[in-house]
Write a protein that binds this ligand. Structure first.
Ligand code: PLP
Length: 401
């Protein structure tokens, strides 16, 4: 990666592989690939295109704009928008043939009217709130809702009905939600309304409760290799790299970084990489959820201050582990390379553990697919421009992966 100093390497072949494994596992159930939030940081367009090529049946996003972006990139597959929309967005939702999550009659009416104006049909999935407490109609109102939609809004086609689990790792809570959902969808069927796509599972639920797959599963984390996949053995797609831009020797007892929190214990060689908390390094997302959690965090910090190395401050250079020392800066940090100073030079690659790196939006994405490598520099104003301006870059002087 000649021109880049920091980047995220994304293996689209691993995505294809993961999707094939997931599809084998779910059998005849359809798979919706969740690409909201810029495909969990992996880049919405390349991920959506690869997911569809690899056999995903449906695409899922949070809002209408993400969906339109995909349409403008030539994606014709069905796209479900998870968030409900404002009535004023109905027109563009219908124009771009999006499937909208509905849980209020205002939105159903707006979609119906837009569809009539455009001489077409509006696609919707009805959401049932079986316990999440966010979008959705409560189960006791669902049948009444369906009846009204079918009788009063003929330009709306109810293609699906779904619910979302609040705690998929808890089997009690999840079975309880699932049973409520199953009861209500059965009642709806018995009342004569045939809704073809019933779905409930996200990644964790799909892995843990095969009996809940129904007609479709909505897969995010799992296809990115970001959650436990049981014995499916899925691959992580993203690896984060930076490059050493400066090396120097410091005497023993010298400060390293802001706040004078770290002093060298011996004569030390440091390497600087242009990668800091702006790029997502060292950001701790977790908030203690109780006393035990807070104690755990405190204990860890204590251990680190007594010299145990924080696993989140390790990086890899030429297959060896090194420690980040001193406080992480906004866009830089320092690595202690003393033990292997003769093997390491300016320009060498540094791999940063993605476990604690948020995939910073503005870092360039380097995609690998088949024998292609292409770079999304993220310098352009819109996704669409970016998509059209992928720089084809086959020559990279150090191999990655
Ligand atoms: C984000 C999301 C998913 C995917 O969740 P994962 O845990 O990443 O699989 C599924 N359904 C809905 C409604 C979501 O918002």
């Amino acid at each position: 990666m000649k021109n880049l100093t920091s980047w995220i390497y994304i293996d689209l072949d691993a995505l294809s592989y993961n999707i094939k494994v997931i599809k084998d596992f779910i059998g005849t159930t359809k798979m919706l690939a969740v690409v909201k939030a810029d495909a969990y940081g992996h880049g919405i367009i390349p991920v959506a295109l690869t997911a569809l090529d690899s056999g995903a049946d449906y695409i899922g996003v949070s809002d209408v704009d993400e969906a339109i972006l995909l349409r403008k990139s030539g994606i014709k597959a069905p796209i479900l928008v998870f968030n409900t929309i404002l009535p004023e967005h109905a027109e563009k939702a219908v124009k771009f043939n999006l499937t909208i999550t509905v849980c209020s009659l205002d939105v159903v009416q707006a979609l119906h009217e837009a569809a009539k104006r455009l001489n077409t049909t509006a696609l919707v999935h009805i959401k049932v709130d079986t316990g999440f407490g966010r979008f959705g109609i409560l189960p006791e109102h669902a049948l009444g809702f369906v009846k009204i939609v079918y009788s009063d809004f003929k330009a709306v086609y109810v293609e699906g009905i779904y619910t979302h689990f609040s705690s998929p790792s808890s089997s009690n809570i999840t079975w309880n939600q699932f049973n409520k959902f199953n009861d209500i969808t059965n009642q709806i069927r018995e009342a004569g309304f045939i809704i073809p796509l019933r779905h409930a599972c996200n990644s964790t639920a799909a892995v843990q409760y095969p009996k809940m797959h129904l007609d479709m599963v909505r897969i995010g984390n799992l296809m990115y290799g970001l959650c436990s996949s049981g014995n499916l053995n899925l691959k992580k797609l993203a690896r984060v790299f930076s490059k050493i831009i400066f090396i120097k020797n410091l005497p023993a007892g010298h400060n390293v970084g802001y706040g004078n929190k770290y002093a060298t214990k011996r004569s030390t060689t440091i390497a600087v990489i242009p990668f800091g908390y702006y790029e997502g390094l060292g950001l701790i997302v977790s908030q203690p959820s109780g006393l035990m959690d807070a104690l755990k965090i405190l204990l860890k910090q204590l251990m680190y201050s007594f010299g145990v190395t924080n696993p989140d401050r390790k990086v890899v250079i030429k297959n060896r582990m090194f420690n980040i020392i001193g406080k992480i800066g906004m866009q830089n940090c320092m690595i202690d390379i003393t033990d292997f100073r003769d093997d390491i030079s300016v320009g060498d690659y540094v791999e940063i553990s993605t476990r604690k790196v948020n995939l910073c939006y503005s870092l360039p994405r380097v995609y690998h697919r088949g024998n292609e490598i292409f770079v999304d520099t993220r310098q352009c104003m819109t996704y669409l421009d970016m998509h059209n301006q992928y720089i084809y870059d086959k020559g990279s002087e150090q191999s990655i992966g």
